[in-house]
Design a protein around this ligand. Structure first.
Ligand SMILES: Nc1ncnc2c1ncn2[C@@H]1O[C@H](COP(=O)(O)OP(=O)(O)OP(=O)(O)O)[C@@H](O)[C@H]1O
Length: 256
């Protein structure tokens, strides 16, 4: 496993069950802010399940049970004292299908900062809305139509709005679950460019089915197979010189 001096999040011996069925087996991994981490692997191998353990999204699935330890800055996120609403602001998530709120572009961004008490005065909110939309690479396209509905934007713009919405509550980690799978190649390229720009400020973890995308956007790649983490290393090594035969077979298209 690549060493990082300051892992933002660490998972140790994580198992996830849906009822009796085990979906993740004994996964340990560190992610940090300097590197984008890609999760790859065949359908059903547990990438999304594991991603969702990192901000306790699995809590919303009644049958799901998580064992092991996951820390954020050394603090166990599954401890009883953890405020899950706060955790999900610190570890934001962007989903496969863009899911803006049926509200204005402005309110999509302002909603989180309002409920988290990050701004009370309108002028402060305006600053957060502009800076979040700028960081999400959307400001120039929407600055004259902030009152329009977020759902009226194109798919790619909606996804950048969702990234801006995550950014607005000052996250430390952004989890992306196949964020480009519903987008055309141009919108995809914009999101990939954005990921490059956000690297270093946030720890970013992206699940992708697209190996070219993993190679383009990430510096670390984790290959999952049948619920296990087979190999985790620098993206260039995983794609050019994988240690495990299962990784080699997957990246050369032999299965998956
Ligand atoms: N809510 C759930 N209830 C029961 N089983 C589930 C649930 N969600 C996922 N699973 C099962 O857990 C396993 C891992 O699924 P998961 O969606 O994490 O895989 P994935 O690698 O992200 O797949 P894909 O690439 O197809 O999205 C699969 O066998 C799946 O059927």
């Amino acid at each position: 496993m690549p060493q990082s001096s300051t892992p933002k999040m660490s998972a140790r011996n994580v198992n996830v069950f849906y009822g009796e069925k085990q979906a993740i087996q004994n996964v340990s991994i560190d992610v940090d802010t300097d590197n984008v981490t890609a999760f790859i692997g065949p359908s059903g191998c547990g990438k999304s399940t594991f991603l969702r353990t990192l901000n306790r999204m699995n809590d919303t699935v009644a049958s799901a049970r998580v064992e092991g330890e996951i820390t954020l800055d050394g603090e166990n996120i599954y401890s009883s004292g953890m405020d899950v609403v706060q955790l999900r602001a610190r570890v934001g998530m962007v989903f496969q299908k863009p899911n803006p709120f049926p509200k204005s572009i402005y309110d999509n961004i302002a909603y989180g900062p309002r409920i988290h008490g990050l701004a009370s005065a309108k002028a402060d909110l305006d600053v957060i809305v502009e800076s979040s939309l700028r960081r999400a690479g959307l400001w120039d396209e929407v600055k004259d139509r902030l009152k329009d509905s977020g759902t009226a934007l194109s798919g790619g713009q909606q996804q950048r709005l969702c990234i801006g919405r995550a950014i607005a509550v000052e996250p430390e980690v952004i989890l992306m679950d196949e964020p480009c799978s519903a987008l055309d190649p141009i919108a995809t390229a914009k999101i990939e460019e954005l990921i490059h720009e956000l690297r270093g400020r946030y720890a970013i973890v992206i699940v992708t089915h697209n190996m070219q995308q993993a190679a383009r956007v990430s510096q670390r790649t984790a290959f999952f197979h049948l619920g296990t983490l087979v190999e985790y290393g620098s993206t260039s090594e995983i794609f050019t010189n994988p240690r495990e035969d299962r990784t080699k077979d997957y990246i050369t298209g032999r299965y998956g």
